[in-house]
Design a protein around this ligand. Structure first.
Ligand SMILES: [Zn+2]
Length: 156
């Protein structure tokens, strides 16, 4: 886990200026969100926070994430199966690469996507305020795992 103190400080400052109390548990939630590149679910954040604060409840994590979402500091990626994932590092819409096997979600560098909303707005007259750009596939790690084993190579 790479530690991004800049983003963590930003999130802390944002909650403070809104007058929210910063309990150690809440701070721990912010820390996970600020440092996780894998777009964790509420349950995953909860499991991380519980390591340091065993008394933390799932409701506390959920409330903190919802609060940050309302403040526009967390990007929520909802999925049809109800498994929402969160990006606390980049709260503005951006492209995602999603592995349908291990459910890893990454932020790829996609050239030119930043110009798309404006271009679409110009050509359609829509006032665009949000967008979602997801690429689904199978990540390199899962592709390796799926390769059939040579006969006689033993089982694992
Ligand atoms: Zn992201």
């Amino acid at each position: 886990m790479t530690v991004d103190h800049g983003r963590l400080d930003e999130l802390i400052a944002r909650l403070k200026e809104q007058g929210f109390r910063l309990t150690p548990q809440r701070k721990a939630v912010l820390k996970v969100l600020a440092n996780s590149v894998h777009h964790p679910s509420v349950e995953q954040i909860y499991r991380q926070v519980k390591k340091d604060f065993p008394m933390t409840s799932l409701a506390t994590v959920y409330k903190t994430v919802t609060l940050l979402k309302e403040l526009g500091e967390v990007l929520e990626l909802g999925f049809a199966d109800g498994s929402n994932r969160y990006d606390g590092r980049k709260p503005n819409p951006h492209p995602h690469l999603i592995c349908v096997q291990c459910h890893r979600i990454l932020d790829p560098d996609v050239v030119g996507w930043k110009d798309l909303p404006q271009a679409l707005s110009d050509s359609t007259g829509f006032r665009i305020f949000s967008h979602r750009l997801d690429f689904y596939g199978i990540c390199p790690q899962c592709q390796k795992r799926r390769k059939p084993k040579r006969r006689g190579a033993g089982r694992s």
